[in-house]
Design a protein around this ligand. Sequence first.
Ligand code: EPU
Length: 424
Amino acid sequence: MDKLVIEGGGRLSGEIPVSGAKNAALPILCASLLSAEPIALSNVPELHDIHTMLKLLRQMGVTATRDGDTVTIGAQHISRPEAPYDLVKTMRASILVLGPLLARCGEARVSLPGGCAIGARPVDQHVKGLQAMGAQISVEHGYLVAKAARLKGGARIVTDMITVTGTENLMMAAVLADGETILENAAREPEVGDLANLLVKMGARIDGIGSDRLVIQGVERLHGAEHRVIPDRIEAGTFLCAAAATMGDIVLRHVTPGLLDAVLEKLRETGAAVSAGDDWIRVAMQRRPKAVSFRTSEYPAFPTDMQAQFMALNSVAEGTSQVVETIFENRFMHVQELTRLGANIAVEGNTAVVTGVPRLSGATVMATDLRASASLVLAGLVADGQTTIDRIYHLDRGYDRMEAKLCAAGASVRRVGARQGDLA
Ligand code: EPU
């Protein structure tokens, strides 16, 4: 198992290119199941989760070829409309094939994802919505088994909470349903909008894109399309946090600043100078950051996927901050590991109180989930001495060549294989 070895203490400076968004690319790859014609996607990030999704699609008899950042999917024939347990257990986003398979093939068999490190994460809203469109769904041997001759329009679906992949699954199902479907309380995350924009290019009829009310007129079939995946706002936010924490000065390229308003606002509060143009953002920090309090919420508010990274920043900031996590019930697992690096954090329920310390000190820590891993990298960059992060396969799921990008900005981050790591 690979590890990252970080020599802390340096300031980040220079330019970092941002890759395409993982959480847009994953549903978009699933949307290619909706058409018999090819879908060509560019700006697809090089990530483990993307490999897993391509493997899943190929297992269904779909062709998937990659050339640089372009992926072309041909779903002319779907021979096996199924997502097996061994893939779903490594990537919950596999549930995103449920809606498209049901809409295109009239049947789907998808392993139930089960809980995960950050929370229980049920898929009841996905199921409820598909049932409202006329699907018969049962649980058999750990699998959701869904059937529908053709999904029916006429439903007005109000989800109990705002769910990103739930909205995406239901939207992908509704575009081929017979009639109109209304999705109320829809997620407004930019990744949902990116998926909707691709579906429209494929011939779908969707009104209200970017709002919490999507009105979808089903069509008989969808055609092929080309699409460029939006930039990854969470990858971008992670590097910006790293710049502020290390008192650095970096420029991000290939970003959409407008998708990061809440994050940029918090960075300004830390005392960083933030400037932006059409497709770049610069963050420059001259002093020790000031602690910032925040609560996570749905877009356009502060994203849960940036909570851990800001917690690392707060750990070395001046002052005390309060961080409230409202989306997932167990997303503080990085706290234990940050504490091993010398952070002062007290957790009570869904609130963490972080008292900034002047320095962290390097140690061996363990990555527990994707964004927790990113927070440990940030902490390692500011800690004195060497930090070794174990189990970085979590990081590889969602960050495209993170250590190479950080090294190009002056950081000292080295990947070692388990054997080398043992010797190091
Ligand atoms: N929920 C239910 N029932 C459902 C669906 C959701 O109770 O049927 C609950 C969840 O348990 C959670 C809340 O609703 O407490 C919101 O979950 P949501 O469904 O929005 O999360 P998700 O769609 O599973 C996506 C991202 C996550 C990101 C969240 C929140 C993808 C592939 N994943 O997950 O990304 O944290 O939205 O923005 O888009 C990550 O990239 O590290 C990551 C975890």
